[in-house]
Design a protein around this ligand. Structure first.
Ligand code: MRU
Length: 365
C-alpha cells in the first residue's frame, strides 16, 4: 500500500541483495523509520520487540531471519538451531512456526552450496504468496461489504476493527483491511471504527495510520466504545484478524477481540474473522489450547506520546508501584464468529466448515 504516494511493503531485500529492510513499527505513527536486519539476532529482536508484528509479517521476518542464519552456517544443525531460536521469540501467532516449517521443507535434501539461494527464493516466494492470499481474502470480504452497502441503499458502511490486521501486519494489503481497501477503491462509502487497542495501541498508532495514508475515512475509538456503537446501530460489520485459529474455528486474536465478539453477538452485528490458510493450526483442536503471550507490565503502565516539539517520550500513566498484568491475546469461541473469511472463501467457524474449504486437512480429527 502507499505512504505519501509511494508504494511500500513491510519487508523487502535491501539493495545489497542479502540484508533485509523493514518498517520499524515501534516508531510509528510518530516517525517513519526503515530498519535493516543483517543477522538472525536482528530478525529475532525485530520480532520480539515488535518492530515487526502481526501474524503474517512475523512469519515473513522469520523466513528471512533463517536466510541470514544460513549465510553463516548452512549445516542441518545450524538451520535447526536458528529456526528454534526464531520460533521462540513470540508464542501465539502460528504463522511464525508455519513459515519456519516451510523454509525447512524447502531446504531438505538441498546441497549445502545451494542452500542460501534456495532459502532466499523460498522467503521471497512466501512474501509474494502472502500478498496474493491477502488480495484474495479482500475479494471475498468485499462481497460482504457490497451486500451491506446495497442493503443500506448506498449509505455509508460502518466497519469496526480491532488491533492492526492491516498491511502493516502482513507483507501487503492486510487481512481485515484488504476488503476495506478494495471496497473503498471500488467506490463504496466505507468508514472504519478503529479500536485503539491498549496497551500497545496498534489500532490508534498503526491501523489509523495506514487507513489515513490510503484515504479511508475512519475514527479512533477507545476499546470500550464498540458495544455502545453497536447498540446504537453504528456498526454494520466487524472485521478482525487472528494470530491462530484452531481446527474447530475458535479464534485467538489480540486481547479484547472476545469482548467485541460478545457485543456483536448481543446486537446481531456480523462478526467476521479474516485469515490466510497459514494461520490455521490444524494440530490444535480448540482455541483454549493456544498459548497466550504475556508481555511486560511496562506496556500497561506506560504510554508513548509525542510532545508539541516533536520529541517522543514514554509517560507513566498509572499509580506508581501498582503491578499490571499484560495478556496479549484472547480466544473468541467459534459460536461467536459469523464466518471465517479466507483466500478460498468464507467458512463456517466449525470443524466441518474449515474442512470443507481445506479438504486436504480433513484427515485430522
Ligand atoms: O501483538 P500483535 O500486534 O502482533 O498482534 C497482532 C494481531 O493480533 C493481529 O490481529 C493478527 O496478528 C492478525 S494480522 C493479519
Amino acid at each position: 500500500m502507499k505512504i505519501d504516494g509511494k508504494h511500500y511493503r513491510t519487508i523487502w531485500l535491501a539493495e545489497d541483495g542479502w540484508s533485509v529492510e523493514i518498517i520499524d513499527q515501534t516508531r510509528l505513527p510518530h516517525e517513519f523509520v526503515i530498519a535493516r536486519l543483517e543477522t538472525t539476532e536482528d530478525a529475532a529482536h525485530a520480532i520480539k520487540s515488535m518492530q515487526v508484528r502481526g501474524a503474517p509479517l512475523i512469519g515473513a521476518t522469520a523466513a528471512y531471519g533463517l536466510c541470514l542464519a544460513i549465510r553463516k552456517d548452512p549445516s542441518d544443525d545450524g538451520i535447526e538451531s536458528a529456526a528454534e531460536f526464531l520460533a521462540a521469540q513470540r508464542p501465539t501467532a502460528i504463522n511464525l512456526r508455519w513459515a519456519l516449517d516451510e523454509m525447512r521443507a524447502a531446504l531438505r535434501n538441498i546441497p549445502y552450496e545451494a542452500r542460501i539461494k534456495t532459502a532466499y527464493e523460498r522467503a521471497a516466494r512466501l512474501c509474494e504468496e502472502d500478498v496474493e492470499t491477502n488480495r484474495e481474502i479482500g475479494e471475498r470480504g468485499l462481497g460482504l461489504i457490497r451486500d451491506v452497502w446495497e442493503q443500506n441503499e448506498g449509505c455509508r458502511v460502518n466497519i469496526l476493527t480491532h488491533c492492526n490486521a492491516g498491511w502493516l501486519a502482513c507483507v501487503d494489503w492486510g487481512t481485515a483491511t484488504s476488503p476495506i481497501y478494495q471496497a473503498h477503491d471500488s467506490g463504496i462509502d466505507v468508514h472504519v471504527w478503529v479500536d485503539e487497542t491498549r496497551p500497545r495501541n496498534q489500532g490508534a498508532a498503526l491501523t489509523a495510520y495506514e487507513l489515513g495514508a490510503h484515504g479511508v475515512p475512519h475514527t479512533i475509538i477507545v476499546d470500550n466504545a464498540g458495544g455502545h456503537l453497536m447498540q446504537h446501530g453504528q456498526v454494520d460489520l466487524c472485521f478482525v484478524g487472528t494470530d491462530r485459529t484452531a481446527a474447530n474455528g475458535d479464534v485467538c486474536n489480540k486481547i479484547g477481540t472476545y469482548l467485541k465478539a460478545l457485543a456483536a453477538h448481543d446486537n446481531n452485528v456480523p462478526f467476521y474473522v479474516t485469515l490466510p490458510f497459514s494461520t490455521i493450526d490444524w494440530s490444535v483442536d480448540n482455541g483454549f489450547d493456544i498459548p497466550i503471550e504475556e508481555r511486560g507490565q511496562e506496556e500497561v503502565l506506560e504510554m508513548r506520546g509525542r510532545l508539541d516539539d516533536g520529541s517522543v517520550h514514554d509517560f507513566c500513566i498509572a499509580s506508581p508501584g501498582s503491578p499490571a498484568g499484560n495478556y496479549a491475546f484472547d480466544v473468541t469461541p467459534a459460536r461467536l464468529v459469523t464466518g471465517l473469511v479466507t483466500e478460498r472463501g468464507i467458512a463456517e467457524a466449525s470443524v466441518e466448515g474449515l474442512q470443507k474449504l481445506y479438504p486436504e486437512h480433513a484427515a485430522h480429527e
